[in-house]
Design a protein around this ligand. Structure first.
Ligand code: X5A
Ligand code: ZN
Length: 671
C-alpha cells in the first residue's frame, strides 16, 4: 500500500482577473511549481497517481448550504465586472469563470483521497489542490477559499465511512476559522490549528482564534488553537508545539484518521507567514503524524505563497509519506520565549478537557530522598552544549538541503522464530558476521561473551553496527541470549564511539546499568527507563521510572524522551529492551516509531533472543509500519507525573526542548 497523489491540471485554470494586491499571491504557478519539483525528484512516479474528480452537489451539501453552492455555480456564467462585484462581498476572495469547476475538483480530490485511504487502496496521501479550503464556511467564501475541502473530507469520513474520531491538523499559518466553525460542537472531529495571531493583529483578526476558544457544547475540548504571537517561529517552535500540545492530545484522542490542512505559508520565505521553519520541518511533522491512526494520514494543500519554499515543503511531505527518512533539522533546537508562552496558554486552556495536561497534585514537595535514590545529584554541566552542533547555522536555510534521504532498510539478526514474524523484504540480509578472533578481542573484558552462542550473536551485532555507521543499512535489530545483553550493549557502545560517532543516544528500558567506564563527555546520552525513581546523575545520564499507565508512557515519550532526542540530535540511537522491561509490545512499538523521527531512522535495537515476538514487531516498526493503537487511555499516576516534573526542572536549563512553559522573563525582586 503506497502513497496517493491526487491532482488535476484543470485546477491551474482559476486566476485573478483584476488588480487586488491581497489576492494576487494565490496563483496557478503554486500548483505548477510543486508538481514540477515532484516530477523532477522522481516522487510523482513513486506515488499512486489519481486524477481528481469533481465533488457532486450532494457531496458539497455535506458542509455547505444549497443556496451558497448555487451562488458559486452561478459564477461560471458571469463577466469580469460581475465577478469582481460578487468577490467584493467576501473577505479576500476572487472568482474566475473556472472557479466553480476548480473548487469542485479540489473538494472531489480530498474526498477521493479519503476514499483511497479508507478502502485500503493507499496507506496515506496528498491532494494538491486549489482553491484552498480551510477559511470557507457553510455559506461563505473567505481567504481565497471557496469550498472547505478538508471539512468535506471529514464529514464524508464520518457519514460515508462511519468514522467516529477524526483528527484535523491545520499547520497552515492562518487560522482555519471555517473548519473551526463547522466542527465547533462536534466531538468526533478534533480540530488543531496553529496560526500567526500577534494578539489579534493579524488576519482574520478574530477573537475566536485565541487559545481560550475550545469548542462548544459536546465539542468542548475538541477545538485546539495555538496562536503564535510573534513572527519568526522556527523548527524548534513547531516541533515543541507537536511534542507538548498536539501529540499528547492526539494520542489521548486516538483518531481513526488524520486529515492535514497542509498549508505551507508556515514555511520560511513565505510573505504571509513570515516564519522561519525550513522545509525539512514538514518531513518531521509528517512522520510524527504517521504514528497515529494506523498511519492513515491524508494531507490536503491549503496556502503557501513562496513558490520555492512551497515546492520544497510539498516534496518533503510526500517523501515522508512514501517512507523516506527525514533529513536533519537545521538550526538550534531551542524554542523561543513567545512560543513557550503560547504553548503554556493552550495547555492551560485545554487542561479541563484532557488528562494529558492535568497537573499532578503538587502538594507533597519532592523530598531530597525522593530525588536522589540513585545517589547524590551530580552538578549539571553548564548550559552551553559541549558537543558539536548538529549543523552549522546556514546563512540560507532554504537552500541548505536536500541531502538525499536514506531509504529505510532493516537488518535482523535474530532466531528464525522472529524472522517469520517480519514483513517480506526484511530478512537476515547483510554481509557475513565478523571474524571470530576480531569479535573475541572486542568481547575481551566480558566473560559472558566468551561462550559460543553469545559470541556468535556479538559477531552479527558488530557487523550490524558497522553496516549502519558506514551507511549500508539504515537500521537493524539484534537479538542476544539474555545473560549477554548488558555486555553486548557495552561492546556496541564502545565500537560505535571507536568508529567516530559524535552523539550516541542510548535508551535502555529495564534492568540495565550504564557501563561504568563510559566517559561522561557529552558523546553519549544515557536514558534509563526502569524500576527506580527519577534521577539526573548528570546532563547526559538520566533515569526515569517505568510508567504504568498509557498516559504515563505517553508523557514519558513525548515529554521526556523525544525532547531529549531532538535536543541531542543523535548520529545513532541504540535502544535496548532488557530484563523486566515491562513494556507491552504496542508500547515498545510506539517508542521505536517515535524515536525514528529525531534519530532519522539510524537505530540499532537490541533485544533478548527469548522474545521473538518483540523482535518481529520492532522490525516492522523500523521498516515503517504504523504502530498499533495503545487502546483506552489511562491517566498517569501522580507519582509518575511528579517524577516527570522533577526531571524537567533538573534538565530544562540544558535541554531546552523539555520546556512546556516560558521561564519568567524578569526576576521580580524578593522572589
Ligand atoms: C488559504 C490561505 C490566506 C488568506 C490571506 C488573506 N488563505 N489576507 O492561506
Ligand atoms: Zn494560509
Amino acid at each position: 500500500m503506497g502513497t496517493a497523489l491526487v491532482y488535476h491540471e484543470d485546477m491551474t485554470a482559476a486566476r485573478l482577473l483584476w488588480d487586488d494586491p491581497e489576492c494576487a499571491i494565490e496563483t496557478p504557478e503554486r500548483l505548477a511549481v510543486a508538481m514540477e519539483l515532484l516530477r523532477q525528484r522522481g516522487l510523482e512516479q513513486r506515488c499512486l497517481q489519481l486524477a481528481a474528480r469533481e465533488a457532486s452537489e450532494a457531496e458539497l451539501g455535506l458542509v455547505h448550504s444549497p443556496e451558497y453552492v448555487a451562488l458559486v455555480r452561478g459564477t461560471e456564467a458571469l463577466g469580469v465586472g460581475a465577478l469582481q462585484e460578487l468577490s467584493a462581498q467576501f473577505d479576500a476572495v476572487y472568482f474566475h469563470p473556472s472557479t466553480y469547476h476548480c473548487a469542485r475538483l479540489a473538494a472531489g480530490a480530498a474526498l477521493q483521497l479519503v476514499d483511497a485511504v479508507l478502502t485500503g487502496a493507499a496507506q496515506n496521501g496528498l491532494a494538491l489542490v486549489r482553491p484552498p479550503g480551510h477559511h470557507s464556511q457553510r455559506a461563505a467564501a473567505n481567504g481565497f477559499c471557496v469550498f472547505n475541502n478538508v471539512a468535506l473530507a471529514a464529514e464524508h469520513a464520518k457519514q460515508r465511512h462511519g468514522l467516529r474520531r477524526i483528527l484535523v491538523v491545520d499547520w497552515d499559518i492562518h487560522h482555519g476559522q471555517g473548519t473551526q466553525y463547522i466542527f465547533e460542537d462536534d466531538p468526533r472531529v478534533l480540530y488543531f490549528s496553529w496560526h500567526r495571531y500577534e494578539h489579534g493583529r493579524f488576519w482574520p483578526y478574530l477573537r475566536e482564534s485565541d487559545a481560550d476558544a475550545v469548542g462548544r457544547g459536546h465539542g468542548r475540548g475538541f477545538t485546539v488553537n495555538l496562536p503564535w504571537n510573534q513572527v519568526g517561529m522556527g523548527n524548534a517552535d513547531y516541533v515543541a508545539a507537536f511534542l507538548h500540545v498536539l501529540l499528547p492530545l492526539a494520542f489521548e484522542f486516538d483518531p481513526e484518521l488524520v486529515l492535514v490542512s497542509a498549508g505551507f505559508d508556515s514555511a520560511i520565505g513565505d510573505p504571509e507567514g513570515q516564519m522561519q521553519a525550513t522545509p525539512e520541518c514538514f518531513a518531521h511533522l509528517t512522520q510524527l503524524l504517521l504514528a497515529l491512526a494506523g498511519g492513515r494520514v491524508c494531507a490536503v494543500l491549503e496556502g503557501g505563497y513562496h513558490l520555492e519554499s512551497l515546492a520544497e515543503s510539498v516534496c518533503m511531505t510526500i517523501q515522508t509519506l512514501l517512507g523516506d527518512q527525514p533529513p536533519p533539522l537545521p538550526g538550534p533546537m531551542v524554542p523561543c520565549q513567545s512560543a513557550l508562552e503560547s504553548i503554556q496558554s493552550v495547555r492551560a486552556a485545554q487542561a479541563p478537557h484532557w488528562a494529558s495536561f492535568q497537573h499532578p497534585a503538587t502538594v507533597p514537595m519532592l523530598s531530597p530522598s525522593y530525588s536522589s535514590s540513585e545517589g547524590r545529584l551530580l552538578p549539571l554541566l553548564p548550559a552551553e552544549p559541549v558537543y558539536k552542533a548538529a549543523a552549522p547555522s546556514c546563512p540560507d536555510p532554504l537552500h541548505a538541503h536536500p541531502l538525499a534521504p536514506v531509504c529505510p532498510a532493516v537488518v535482523l539478526t535474530a532466531p528464525d522464530a522472529a524472522v517469520h514474524l517480519c514483513p517480506r523484504g526484511i530478512r537476515q540480509k547483510g554481509a557475513a558476521p565478523w571474524e571470530e578472533a576480531e569479535a573475541e578481542a572486542w568481547a575481551r573484558p566480558h566473560e559472558v561473551l566468551a561462550q559460543g552462542e553469545a559470541l556468535a550473536a556479538l559477531r552479527k551485532v558488530l557487523r550490524l553496527v558497522d553496516g549502519i555507521l558506514d551507511g549500508q543499512v539504515n537500521s537493524g535489530i539484534a537479538a542476544t541470549p539474555a545473560p549477554a545483553l548488558s555486555a553486548t550493549l557495552d561492546v556496541t557502545i564502545r565500537r560505535s564511539l571507536f568508529l567516530g560517532v559524535q552523539r550516541l543516544l542510548c535508551v535502555a528500558v529495564g534492568q540495565l546499568d550504564r557501563p561504568l567506564d563510559l566517559a561522561d563527555d557529552g558523546r553519549t546520552l544515557w536514558l534509563s527507563i526502569r524500576d527506580k525513581q527519577a534521577a539526573t546523575l548528570s546532563t547526559f545520564h538520566v533515569s526515569m521510572p517505568l510508567p504504568g499507565a498509557t498516559g504515563g508512557f505517553l508523557s514519558c515519550i513525548l515529554g521526556l524522551v523525544l525532547p531529549l532526542a531532538y535536543g541531542f540530535q543523535p548520529d545513532l540511537l541504540v535502544v535496548v529492551l532488557g530484563p523486566v522491561h515491562g513494556l507491552q509490545d504496542p508500547y515498545a512499538a510506539l517508542l521505536v516509531t517515535l524515536l525514528r523521527v529525531p534519530a532519522r531512522g539510524r537505530i540499532l535495537a537490541l533485544v533478548e533472543e527469548s522474545k521473538p515476538q518483540l523482535a518481529g514487531i520492532l522490525a516492522r516498526m523500523l521498516h515503517g509500519e504504523a504502530p498499533p493503537s495503545l487502546g483506552p487511555f489511562s491517566k498517569a499516576s501522580s507519582e509518575f507525573a511528579q517524577a516527570l516534573v522533577y526531571l524537567r526542572g533538573q534538565l530544562e536549563l540544558h535541554w531546552k526542548m523539555l520546556q512546556v512553559a516560558a521561564p519568567p522573563s524578569v526576576a521580580s525582586p524578593g522572589s
